[in-house]
Design a protein around this ligand. Structure first.
Ligand SMILES: *Cc1c(COP(=O)(O)O)cnc(C)c1O
Length: 416
C-alpha cells in the first residue's frame, strides 16, 4: 500500500451542525471518518487509524477493496434495483452460492440483521401454526445477554432489558434463558409447555457478540440440537455477526459441530453494502407468495456486492487468514492480559471475533480503553462495559495485527 496521500480532507465538518439535524440516537466518538483503504481509515483532520472495528464486523474486505469496487461499479451501470415482481439473476446466483456453502437449502433476502431475524421469527411462527399445529401460542426461547436487533420483535428477542426499556408493550411469545446453561433450558421448555403454549424455537447466537464476545460451548449446543431433534423445536442461529468467515469458518455453527434449522446473516455478507439473509432447511420452508416481502431485499446491487465478497473470501483463502491472524491476535492479547493480570481476566473468541475482558474490580471500563486507543490511532469497539472487542477486516495482515497489538499495549500502559 502506498503512503497516505490525501489531497483535500479539511472539509470544514462541524459536529454541532451534524447534531442540529441528525437525531441523537448514538453515543458517537468525537471524530468524523472520511476515507478508507484496506484496514486504514482517515478522519477529517487527516489523522490515520488502524481499523479493528470494520463497521462492527461488517467491512469483510476492509475499505475500497478492488473486488468490491469493481462489482458495485459494474452493477450500478448495468442495473441496480428492480422489484421482486421479477426474477433477479444476481439474487438467484447469490442464493445458490450460499446454499452450496452452508447447511441451508433456501434463502430469503432483506436489508439488515434485524430484518433477517424478523423473517426468521415469522417463519418460526408460521411453522408452529401450520406444521407443529400449536393452536395459539408458540414461544421462542432466546438467551440472556443476547442481541438480535432494534425492531420491536427483535428488541423483545434480545435478552437485555436496557434495549426494551420505555418501548413496552413488547411482542408476546418470547422467554429468556441464561446462555450456555443446559439445565436452565431444559427446565424452561418443561415449564413453558402448557396447553396451547409451547416452545416452537430456540433462537441463539453461536457466539454472543454484543453480549461480550462469549463463544458457545460445544456440549451445550450438542444438547440443544438433541432437544430440538427429539421435540420438533426449531433451532435458529443468529449469525448476523458470526457469519461470512468472521469466526475462521464460513458460518459460526461450523465451530460447534451441529447444523441449525434456520440461520440469519447480514453484517459482513456484502462487506458493508446493506443486505440481510434468512436461510433455512427445506423442511421448514413454509413461506408462500404473500407471506413475506421486502422492497429492497435481494436487489441486483446488494446481491452483486455480496457475491464479490463471498467469491473473494474463497479465491483469496481468507478463512485461512482469519484463523492465522486470530491465533496471532489472541497470543498477543493473552501476553498483554498476563502482563496486566490484575486488570484483565480473559481473552476469548474464534477467528477474528475476539474479546478481552476487564476485571470487574478494576476501575477501568472498555469505553476508556477504546477512547485512549483511538487517540493512539487504533479503532476498537466495546462489547458491554467490561469487554473490548476486536473485529478487524478479514484481510488484516500479520503486520497490522502486530501494529494493533502494540498500540493496545501502549494504551493500557498509559491508562493504569
Ligand atoms: C448487529 C446484530 C444484529 C442487528 O443487525 P442490524 O443490521 O443492525 O439490524 C442482530 N443480531 C446480531 C447477532 C448482531 O450482531
Amino acid at each position: 500500500m502506498t503512503t497516505a496521500t490525501l489531497e483535500t480532507t479539511k472539509t470544514g465538518f462541524s459536529q454541532d451542525t451534524f447534531n442540529q439535524y441528525v437525531m441523537n440516537t448514538y453515543g458517537r466518538f468525537p471524530v468524523a471518518i472520511e476515507k478508507g483503504e484496506g484496514c486504514k481509515l482517515w478522519d477529517t483532520e487527516d489523522k490515520e487509524y488502524l481499523d479493528f472495528v470494520a463497521g462492527i464486523a461488517t467491512c469483510t474486505l476492509g475499505h475500497a477493496h478492488p473486488a468490491l469496487v469493481e462489482a458495485v461499479t459494474k452493477q450500478i451501470k448495468k442495473l441496480h434495483h428492480i422489484s421482486n415482481l421479477y426474477y433477479i439473476p444476481e439474487q438467484g446466483e447469490l442464493a445458490k452460492w450460499i446454499v452450496d456453502h452452508s447447511c441451508a437449502d433456501k434463502v430469503f433476502f432483506c436489508n439488515s440483521g434485524a430484518e433477517a431475524n424478523e423473517a426468521a421469527i415469522k417463519l418460526v411462527r408460521k411453522y408452529a401454526h401450520t406444521v407443529l399445529e400449536f393452536l395459539e401460542q408458540p414461544v421462542i426461547l432466546t438467551a440472556k445477554s443476547s442481541f438480535h436487533g432494534r425492531t420491536l420483535a427483535t428488541i423483545t428477542a434480545t435478552g437485555q432489558p436496557k434495549y426494551q426499556k420505555n418501548f413496552e408493550p413488547l411482542v408476546p411469545g418470547f422467554e429468556y434463558v441464561p446462555y450456555n446453561d443446559i439445565t436452565a433450558i431444559e427446565e424452561a421448555i418443561t415449564d413453558i409447555d402448557e396447553g396451547d403454549r409451547r416452545v416452537a424455537a430456540i433462537m441463539i447466537e453461536p457466539l454472543q457478540g454484543e453480549g461480550g464476545v462469549r463463544p458457545g460451548e460445544l456440549e451445550y449446543f450438542l444438547r440443544l440440537r438433541k432437544i430440538c431433534d427429539d421435540t420438533g423445536i426449531l433451532l435458529v442461529f443468529d449469525e448476523v455477526q458470526t457469519g461470512v468467515g468472521r469466526t475462521g469458518k464460513m458460518w459460526g455453527y461450523e465451530n460447534l459441530g451441529i447444523e441449525p434449522d434456520i440461520i440469519t446473516s447480514a453484517k459482513g455478507l456484502a462487506g458493508g453494502i446493506p443486505i440481510g439473509a434468512m436461510m433455512c432447511k427445506a423442511s421448514c420452508d413454509v413461506f408462500e407468495p404473500g407471506n413475506h416481502a421486502s422492497t429492497f431485499g435481494g436487489n441486483p446491487f446488494a446481491c452483486a456486492s455480496a457475491l464479490a465478497v463471498l467469491q473473494t473470501i474463497e479465491k483469496d483463502n481468507l478463512l485461512q487468514n482469519v484463523q492465522a491472524r486470530g491465533e496471532q491476535l489472541r497470543t498477543r492479547l493473552r501476553a498483554i492480559s498476563q502482563k496486566y493480570s490484575d486488570i484483565f481476566i480473559d481473552v476469548r473468541g474464534w477467528g477474528l471475533i475476539n474479546g478481552m475482558e476487564i476485571n470487574n474490580n478494576a476501575e477501568l471500563t472498555s469505553i476508556e480503553v477504546v477512547k485512549k486507543a483511538m487517540e493512539n490511532g487504533l479503532l476498537l469497539a466495546p462489547a458491554g462495559p467490561k469487554v473490548i472487542r476486536f473485529v478487524p477486516p478479514l484481510i488484516v495482515s500479520a503486520e497490522e495485527i502486530d501494529q494493533g497489538s502494540d498500540i493496545l499495549e501502549k494504551t493500557v500502559s498509559q491508562l493504569i
